[in-house]
Design a protein around this ligand. Structure first.
Ligand code: THU
Length: 127
């Protein structure tokens, strides 16, 4: 299964009863394993977790490291980029990975995370 197919499939599992905005993500680790995530919304809205963070936490919990790229799928005319919280989490856990944003029409855009998240806060910023 390709990374895109995995992200499309994960999106179908989104739990988004409030926004009805379904997001799927698939993160490829250094050893080739793929970890998926979907957004999970909670009635106390602030507890909601984005698809990208679910994928990243899932991967870390499975012992994966050395991430290469992530594909994020949304159903909007302009494929949606990760929110600020997800950019920080991906930076900390994955470094400067490639991020491909795709919609259901197959439009896609690829960025490096450092382009989307310049001058990040991280352990270097505390030195
Ligand atoms: N969402 C994601 O899954 N990823 C993002 O980077 C942005 C937002 C989800 C959270 C919420 O369930 C819905 O999209 C609307 O904000």
């Amino acid at each position: 299964m390709t990374l895109l197919a995995a992200a499309l499939d994960a999106r179908l599992h989104a739990h988004a009863p409030y926004s009805h905005f379904q997001v799927g993500a698939a993160l490829e680790a250094g050893d080739g394993r793929v970890f998926v995530g979907c957004n999970v919304e909670i009635s106390s809205y602030g507890l909601t977790m984005c698809a990208e963070r679910v994928a990243a936490f899932h991967a870390i919990a499975q012992g994966a490291r050395g991430f290469r790229r992530i594909v994020v799928v949304t159903d909007v005319p302009r494929p949606a980029p990760p929110c600020g919280a997800c950019r920080q989490v991906l930076w900390d856990l994955c470094g400067d990975i490639e991020i491909t944003l795709v919609n259901l029409q197959g439009d896609s855009q690829t960025f490096s995370l450092s382009t989307l998240f310049p001058r990040p806060f991280d352990d270097h910023a505390m030195a």
